[in-house]
Design a protein around this ligand. Structure first.
Ligand code: SF4
Ligand code: SF4
Length: 201
């Protein structure tokens, strides 16, 4: 899922300068699951905005804001939306642009930053596994992404700085290339890997 982080409240307030009547949208999908658009986060942001003089006309949770059909169904005929100066979107960048595509005339301000595609270890703990590079090499690297999990994004690693299997940049993180090497070795694929040409980034 797409992992998002809340923007700094003061920065959000700055973006909302000049807008008084707000319509809040929250994504019930990835953003809710990554605890940036869950019920508590929505209440927290609403309280903050109201205490700073903003009027919230309505808040709506949309199951997946990246689904333009759901956005259209929920928002296009909403009367409060028509009265609102701006839409505050608690969603990833794709969600923000879904809303923009449906409500072309509206001002839209994102309340979250999209960080990466991750996997959930447990709620609140996410593993950064994919940077959406557009040219997946997991077939070559035993299902472990060096572009994302190597601190230097090396596709021809390791860099030689690892210590006891840990990355030289962060001793708490496994070196992605050690993981890849160990798996290649266990699966008897080291030679196959060495025989191929991997285009440098
Ligand atoms: S190589 Fe890594 S960053 Fe690129 S698509 Fe595959 S998993 Fe994502
Ligand atoms: S130690 Fe491993 S993970 Fe860290 S930068 Fe070097 S190759 Fe990448």
């Amino acid at each position: 899922m797409i992992i998002t982080e809340k923007k700094q409240k003061e920065a959000l307030l700055q973006s909302l300068k000049g807008f008084d009547k707000l319509f809040l949208t929250a994504c019930g999908g990835c953003a809710a699951k990554s605890l940036t658009a869950d019920e508590k986060s929505v209440k927290e942001i609403m309280d903050f905005l109201v205490s700073n003089g903003k009027t919230i006309l309505e808040s709506a949770v949309i199951e997946s804001v990246c689904d333009m059909r759901l956005v259209k169904k929920t928002l296009s005929r909403n009367e409060n939306m028509q009265k609102a100066d701006v839409v505050v979107a608690l969603s990833c960048g794709a969600g923000v642009q879904s809303i923009e595509s449906v409500l072309k005339e509206k001002n839209i301000i994102p309340a979250l930053d999209s960080k990466y595609i991750g996997s959930t270890k447990r709620i609140g703990i996410y593993k950064k596994f994919c940077s959406v590079c557009g040219s997946c090499i997991l077939d070559q690297t035993q299902g472990i992404c060096p572009r994302t999990r190597c601190a230097k994004s090396l596709v021809n690693g390791p860099c030689g700085g690892f210590v006891n299997g840990k990355c030289e940049i962060d001793q708490n993180t496994d070196c992605a290339w050690v993981l890849i090497y160990e798996k290649l070795k266990n699966n008897g694929k080291c030679q196959d890997f060495l025989n191929q040409y991997v285009v440098p980034l």
